[in-house]
Design a protein around this ligand. Structure first.
Ligand SMILES: *Cc1c(COP(=O)(O)O)cnc(C)c1O
Length: 216
């Protein structure tokens, strides 16, 4: 895991807030994505005024989170294997990448009543995961029946170029509204302005705050 310089993170946070403000997104929640960076990135994010952090990799999360002394709200945003849920349950506050019933069932068992988001495939790229929009209704219904607190939907846009993201963002927002959910979690470092324009309530930002990630 890569260390960060807290001074850099503070400066990058100022730049991020300026971008958000320019886009009309002052009220949007920022999830600081600390994946691939060491636990110091979590402290740096908290010092810079963020209280939500995002992690993507099960093993890395289990190596990093138990050692931290601060208490951020931890979002799990990566593709998730069912057998990791049991170990992660003590550390995760919001499960963002729930895209199938077996995962919802396991979370309900290991973390009863947990806050979750359903990940919807808005890119058409199967590698990113997410439930097909047409299959969202039953998953939402079953998740609620399991006693989970579904606080919103999340999506990962086409990464090719920011403008290509807009139709997917628009789709996600319409699904959030159709189901009367609170959160629409979309937008990352490269496309956050477009996401905010299309009604994001929560963005997930790594590179803009911590710099380029080492390839895993
Ligand atoms: C890594 C990751 C992010 C952060 O991406 P950046 O482009 O570095 O801001 C956001 N969402 C998900 C699901 C990720 O895996």
């Amino acid at each position: 895991m890569t260390p960060v310089d807290p001074t850099n993170v503070a400066a990058r946070a100022v730049a991020l807030r300026a971008r958000l403000s320019d886009a009309g997104g002052n009220g949007v929640t920022v999830v600081a994505v600390t994946k691939t960076f060491d636990a110091g990135a979590i402290d740096a994010a908290l010092s810079a005024g963020f209280s939500d952090i995002g992690e993507s990799y099960g093993q890395e999360t289990l190596a990093k989170l138990p050692g931290i002394t601060s208490t951020p709200t931890v979002h799990f945003i990566g593709q998730l294997q069912r057998n990791k849920v049991r170990h992660l349950a003590a550390h995760v506050d919001v499960w963002q990448s729930v895209d199938r019933l077996e995962l919802a069932t396991e979370i309900a068992k290991r973390a009863p009543g947990a806050r979750i988001m359903l990940q919807v495939d808005i890119s058409g790229e199967e590698t990113k995961g997410g439930v097909e929009p047409a299959d969202l209704d039953p998953l939402l219904k079953h998740s609620a029946e399991l006693g989970l607190d579904v606080i919103g939907l999340m999506g990962v846009a086409i990464l090719a170029e920011p403008t290509a993201a807009r139709p997917g963002f628009r789709l996600l927002r319409s699904l959030v509204d159709a189901h009367g959910l609170e959160h629409c979690c979309m937008g990352m470092s490269t496309d956050l302005e477009i996401a905010v324009e299309e009604g994001s309530t929560m963005i997930r930002v790594g590179t803009q705050l911590f710099g380029e990630r080492a390839t895993r």
